[in-house]
Design a protein around this ligand. Structure first.
Ligand code: PLP
Length: 368
């Protein structure tokens, strides 16, 4: 028998495949599964394999290192990365056949300096004011890109941009960005990219006109809702379950304070349980006194502050055995909270809950 896990993250690869397929069928255009940040905490390599098996044409990551790790693990398909700093190892990415993203002429110059024929996508900033070429600089970037195609430095394989408020379908930025993207495409009409893409999960689902040739699906691939309360039910299945083993239970009395600072004081006698995970395991401290976990068939309220390695839950007089299963969050099908519930308790988004959990807990995969 394997030893009991203090805490573990269980990832359902069948759920990932189901989600990737569902999203691909919904849009009717090729999909890029975004697996940056260790697959949003689910494990980049395992998620990548599941996504390819489910027909994802592209994989997307932020950094060159992430893209190279996919290649080292044997992935041979199209991969795009999009976040670099001056002096990056462009040569390694180009040699590995990875599509790199240029935000400006300076990056194109660095790519040309490698002397290697690259696959380059150009990103235009249509209103997020983050990465990408400013619209004012776009004509220069396009001109340099054309020059490099003519002299054999690269092929421009994609033109793309990213929304600021796709989780708010009525936000005026969406229409404005889409118009700006279409204008940027017109200005680049002499380029013949393989793919033009704008949409992430929320836009891919909620804004069909933004799908172009490819949708970059991150969060929805993991079965989480990119626009809570606004997304139609697509039958996506959350792939991550975070669980722990109950370390101990005890009786406390009315008036007893719980955890650092005694931010919660029992108003009646009750029983409490010790859950052996804390912010050192990616449990948000902002969830103190707010999140719930499933123990012994019931949702139990967290009491007091999340500590580095542990937190306390109210067992309401019940006395489940030490060693009982504690489900922090999961798909929600067995009465457990979801990552979205934790996000609301901690004042954040489910992206951050799943991406930050980990560290000491081990990850285990299921597939049925
Ligand atoms: C992370 C990321 C995505 C995926 O976004 P989701 O909202 O998770 O679908 C898409 N495009 C870019 C540029 C990203 O950085």
């Amino acid at each position: 028998m394997s030893p009991v896990a203090r805490a573990e993250i269980v990832v359902d690869l069948a759920a990932i495949r189901h989600n990737v397929r569902t999203l691909r069928e919904l849009t009717g255009v090729p999909s890029m599964t975004v697996v940056k940040a260790d697959g949003y905490g689910h494990g980049m390599l395992e998620v990548a394999r599941a996504a390819r098996a489910a027909g994802s044409e592209w994989l997307g990551v932020a950094t060159i290192d992430e893209a190279l790790a996919l290649r080292s693990a044997g992935d041979r398909g199209p991969i795009l990365c999009w976040l670099t700093v001056p002096g990056e190892d462009w040569a390694a990415a180009i040699d590995a056949g990875i599509d790199v993203t240029a935000y400006g002429v300076a990056e194109l110059d660095e790519i040309a300096a490698t002397g290697r024929p690259a696959r380059v996508q150009l990103k235009v900033d249509t209103g997020l004011s983050r990465g990408g070429a400013a619209l004012a600089d776009w004509p220069d970037v396009v001109r340099r890109a054309q020059q490099g195609e003519a002299d054999g430095s690269w092929r421009i394989t994609g033109l793309w941009s990213h929304f600021a408020a796709s989780d708010e379908p009525d936000h005026p930025a969406n229409d404005a960005q889409q118009r700006a993207f279409e204008q940027a495409l017109e200005l680049a009409a002499d380029l013949t990219p393989e793919v033009r893409h704008l949409a992430n999960s929320a836009a891919g689902i909620l804004r069909p006109e933004s799908r172009f040739d490819l949708v970059r699906f991150g969060l929805a691939s993991y079965g989480l809702d990119p626009a809570p309360g606004r997304t139609p039910d697509l039958g996506l299945v959350p792939a991550m379950t975070a669980r722990a083993t109950l370390a101990m239970t005890k009786q406390i009395h009315a008036g007893d304070g719980v955890s650092y600072g005694h931010t919660w004081i029992a108003d009646t006698d009750t029983t409490v349980g010790l859950v052996p995970v804390g912010y050192g395991d990616g449990i948000p401290r902002h969830a103190s006194n707010a999140a719930h976990v499933l123990v012994d068939g019931k949702q139990r309220a967290m009491r007091g502050r999340v500590c580095m390695d542990q937190f306390v839950v109210d067992l309401d007089g019940d006395t489940p055995e030490a060693g009982s299963d504690v489900v922090l969050f999961g798909p929600g099908t067995h009465g457990e909270p979801t990552a979205q519930d934790w996000a609301e308790a901690a004042g954040t988004i489910s992206y951050e809950i799943v991406t930050r959990i980990g560290g000491r807990p081990t990850r285990r995969y299921t597939d049925q």
